[in-house]
Design a protein around this ligand. Structure first.
Ligand SMILES: CC(C)(COP(=O)(O)OP(=O)(O)OC[C@H]1O[C@@H](n2cnc3c(N)ncnc32)[C@H](O)[C@@H]1OP(=O)(O)O)[C@@H](O)C(=O)NCCC(=O)NCCS
Length: 169
């Protein structure tokens, strides 16, 4: 694995794998993670795509229980860049390094693809995601005003922040 100064002992314990159509059942069971930017059906379709990769962390599976999807990151391969389409960690696994492990794996995929940058967009009020992205070297390039519909219970549309980082920096 490439050296990465953002690796933590918490994230090192999670194994990230490339998900495929064999994971469709698990993705349908756990793939609609609130706030992740996608629904389980769209994520299932992405499992088949040739223009990217869905990375996942499967967890549990002890005592006769089937492993469950702890988190996923859908990375699209564009002509010159890679773009994070969706990222989600199941609530019971948050704060334990899963998001960090997925971000490191996405960076490795972008390196393999010789992408110039990794791009993403995020709700301006999503403090947890912003902290994760900043920790991984992303900076804000721009803002789309009122891009996102209100969150449940809210009435105000929310700005999108466009973020990127150069690959290999
Ligand atoms: C954002 C999300 C993916 C983070 O995943 P996670 O597995 O909980 O994150 P990790 O445990 O790997 O944390 C890594 C770093 O992210 C940041 N972070 C994570 N959760 C945070 C929180 N609630 N508040 C502030 N920073 C947070 C911290 O910098 C943290 O490092 P630290 O623990 O050393 O401080 C997760 O909260 C989630 O799925 N949220 C809902 C979906 C979502 O918002 N997706 C992003 C859409 S753009």
């Amino acid at each position: 694995m490439a050296e990465n100064k953002t690796q933590t002992s918490a994230s090192a314990r999670w194994q990230v794998e490339a998900l495929g159509s064999r994971h469709a059942g698990r993705v349908m069971a756990g793939g609609s993670i609130a706030g992740s930017g996608t629904m389980a059906g769209a994520l299932c379709d992405a499992l088949e795509t040739k223009d990217g990769q869905v990375l996942g962390v499967m967890a549990g599976g002890s005592a006769g229980q089937a492993p469950e999807l702890a988190g996923y990151l859908w990375l699209a391969r564009l002509a010159f860049d890679a773009e994070i389409q969706a990222l989600g960690v199941a609530p019971q696994y948050r704060g334990r390094g899963v998001g960090d492990a997925l971000m490191r794996a996405a960076d490795e995929a972008a390196r393999r693809w010789h992408s110039e940058r990794v791009l993403l967009e995020v709700r301006a009020g999503n403090a947890a995601a912003m902290a994760l992205y900043r920790r991984h070297g992303f900076g804000v390039d721009g803002r789309r005003r009122g891009y996102y519909p209100p969150l449940a219970g809210g009435s105000e549309r929310e700005d999108a922040l466009l973020m990127s980082r150069a690959v290999g920096v």
